[in-house]
Design a protein around this ligand. Structure first.
Ligand SMILES: [Zn+2]
Length: 244
């Protein structure tokens, strides 16, 4: 837990405020907002270092989506949207940003456990940091998979992505897949396959032309719109607002 603000006028620096009386229970105390705020910002930093100081935005279409599966195509403004969502969750909420490259590394670690010998161009990256894809992707309340980090081709890439997302689906936990116009997750991507396309077709799509008033994302990508959710995004602020 974070230290309270010694200058706080609400709690006088104690970090505690008296809860409303509830007789016959003895008086109880809640944590003051000055301490809670620090806890939440610390939690945001745990999920992604530097995120707590991302530029503040007033609204985000992602706000109510932290329990949904979302595929969003946008640029660096995504950091502000993620911050907007993360600071509105309790300090106990956990999220993690995992790159496509980390997924491949985790998969290789798994492969190495079984076969004893790995013949793969990415094998040198394998560390003991992650044991398996489930170890990597299962624990957080929300996982953001960041595409476009891995550049070197690996034939297993689409299966690795599918396994990561399927693991989350099996755990009934939400996943956000984040790609960009510069490096879109489409037929030209090294992570693309018909299986990946099929899995992602059930995801709520943000950042594509004509979808609920969102700005253009990657119009080349063959996508099926999520059947019911996209209509609800109309009228909300878009992801536009910064460079790609
Ligand atoms: Zn206080």
């Amino acid at each position: 837990m974070s230290a309270p603000n010694p200058e706080c006028k609400v709690c006088g620096g104690s970090g505690m405020v008296q809860a409303p009386p509830d007789p016959p229970h003895p008086p109880s105390f809640d944590r003051c907002e000055c301490a809670l705020r620090k806890d939440i910002l610390a939690n945001v930093e745990r999920g992604y270092p530097g995120l707590s100081v991302a530029p503040i935005i007033e609204k985000s279409p992602l706000l109510d989506q932290h329990t949904a599966n979302v595929w969003v195509t946008t640029g660096q403004t995504f950091f502000s949207h993620r911050r907007h969502v993360a600071v509105r969750q309790p300090a106990t909420w956990s999220f993690k940003v995992i790159s496509d490259a980390e997924l491949v590394t985790a998969w290789l670690a798994t492969a190495g456990l079984g076969s004893g010998e790995i013949i793969d161009p990415d094998a040198y990256r394998v560390s003991t940091k992650y044991m398996t894809i489930p170890d990597l992707v299962s624990p957080p309340d929300l996982v953001v998979i960041r595409m476009g980090i891995k550049v070197a081709r690996n034939v297993a890439a689409p299966e690795v992505l599918a396994e990561a997302i399927n693991t989350r689906l099996h755990d009934r936990k939400p996943t956000w897949v984040w790609d960009s116009k510069a490096s879109p997750l489409d037929a030209g991507s090294l992570f693309w396959s018909t299986e990946v396309a099929s899995i992602l077709s059930s995801f709520h799509r943000l950042g594509v032309t004509g979808n609920g008033g969102m700005p253009p994302g990657n119009s080349k990508t063959p996508t099926k719109k999520a059947p019911s959710k996209s209509g609800g995004m109309k009228g909300k602020k878009t992801l536009r607002g910064g460079g790609e």
